[in-house]
Design a protein around this ligand. Structure first.
Ligand code: SF4
Length: 393
């Protein structure tokens, strides 16, 4: 039930029909999504998105203890929006050895992480077996650690270098330790846009086919949309529609993660970045349109932790994790920190009135032991803040 005041806000915004659809559990059409993108009253969008957010997840807000490993930025492609990729002889090109990756994993395990999130460039000379070895080396440190690795674009690259079918690549990687796929590389599905921002990259159909194959094998994955550059609103809605169709078919996506374009150090630096208003509007519309997705994530690295907090009232139920080291957005000018402690994530969530829930990679709640990770955060005036439980002791 919503109050009369909220009812009036909805009517004044001309969204009564859409509100009725939502109340009746009816699916929004593409025209409805386009209509929502015309709305200037962000609070009304938040109000509507919050109805669905709370219907699906109550007041819970998820976070995860994870570590990112961007194994190399050396890449055979030169996507126009990308600030991360380098050619082998460029200043700033790097590649981690397997020993280095194992060392980063071991260190992070001491902080209680449950997931390694690993993506990188399309390396020109690494063999397929090298990627299997990476997986095995990390998995052998802790077999319970969840390995989320390789975007669909990397999987297609591995199929090419290994002369393998997509399913064979996924099966071999799974045997080596792969647990789930991250959702990067989707960008915007429109070929018109791909020709402008990532010429030479695989098509939407190829990206979707990797996830379809993985889902049919019983695997789970996330999905993304890189927005706020040269795409039209219609192309954004078309992107969401294609994701919703695949989700209807397989049910394999755990979450949708919209990624705002960052403009520093790339060939689209003349394109203005999306604003905070645009980011919140986009998150809210995703929550309303993607009725078959359980979770909408606001990745704090890309949006900032402050906006991620606000987004918890605009359809979002997950702000991602501790991360520890991030290169892709930071090379594009992100001014967010490289990491958050669990305590900071818990505090950020609690401030908004939501209930912090530590999750695993598949959104299962992790019961937090009474004593978890002590964090000596100065903002707590020297008091110890026990991250997992979210309570001071
Ligand atoms: S976005 Fe990915 S594929 Fe494109 S240049 Fe950057 S690292 Fe390479």
């Amino acid at each position: 039930m919503i109050t009369r005041l909220k009812q009036r806000m909805i009517e004044q915004s001309g969204l009564k029909n859409i509100h009725e659809k939502l109340e009746n559990g009816a699916r929004l059409a593409e025209q409805d999504a386009l209509r929502l993108y015309e709305v200037r009253d962000l609070n009304v969008l938040g109000l509507l998105a919050n109805i669905i957010r709370e219907r699906k997840n109550g007041s819970r807000a998820f976070y995860i203890l994870n570590r990112h490993i961007n194994y190399s930025n050396i890449c055979i492609l030169s996507c126009q929006f990308c600030s991360f990729a380098k050619k082998r002889r460029d200043a700033g090109a790097y590649e981690f050895t397997i020993e280095e990756m194992a060392g980063k994993t071991s260190q992070a395990l001491q902080l209680g992480i449950t997931e390694i999130h690993m993506v990188g460039g399309l390396h020109p000379s690494w063999k397929f077996e090298h990627y299997e070895e990476m997986m095995r080396a990390i998995k052998s440190i802790d077999p319970k650690l969840h390995l989320k690795a390789f975007t669909a674009i990397e999987i297609l690259h591995l199929a090419w270098i290994g002369k393998l079918k997509i399913q064979e690549v996924l099966e071999r990687l799974r045997t080596a330790g792969l647990d789930s796929l991250p959702g990067g590389g989707a960008e915007i599905f429109s070929q018109r846009v791909r020709d402008q921002i990532c010429r030479g990259k695989e098509s939407a159909e190829e990206w979707l086919d990797v996830h379809r194959t993985w889902h049919r094998m019983g695997g789970r994955s996330t999905c993304t949309m890189l927005y706020g550059h040269v795409e039209t609103i219609e192309e954004r809605v078309d992107h969401l529609r294609k994701l919703r169709v695949l989700q209807d078919e397989t049910g394999g996506f755990t979450a949708f993660i919209p990624l705002p374009f960052h403009s520093e150090n790339n060939r689209l630096s003349h394109v203005p970045e999306p604003t905070g208003f645009e980011n919140l509007r986009n998150l809210a519309i995703a929550r309303l349109y993607l009725d078959n997705f359980d979770h909408i994530k606001c990745y704090w690295i890309s949006h900032g932790l402050k906006l991620a907090q606000v987004s918890l009232s605009y359809g979002v139920d997950d702000i991602d994790g501790t991360v520890l080291e991030e290169k892709i957005y930071h090379m594009a000018g992100a001014t967010t920190p490289q990491e958050q402690t669990a305590a900071e994530l818990v505090k950020a969530i609690r401030e908004t009135g939501r209930i912090p829930v530590q999750r695993d990679s598949l959104y299962r709640e992790i019961p937090v032991p009474p004593i978890s990770i002590p964090c000596n955060d100065r903002r707590y005036n020297g008091e110890k803040y026990w991250c997992g439980s979210g309570s001071k002791r």
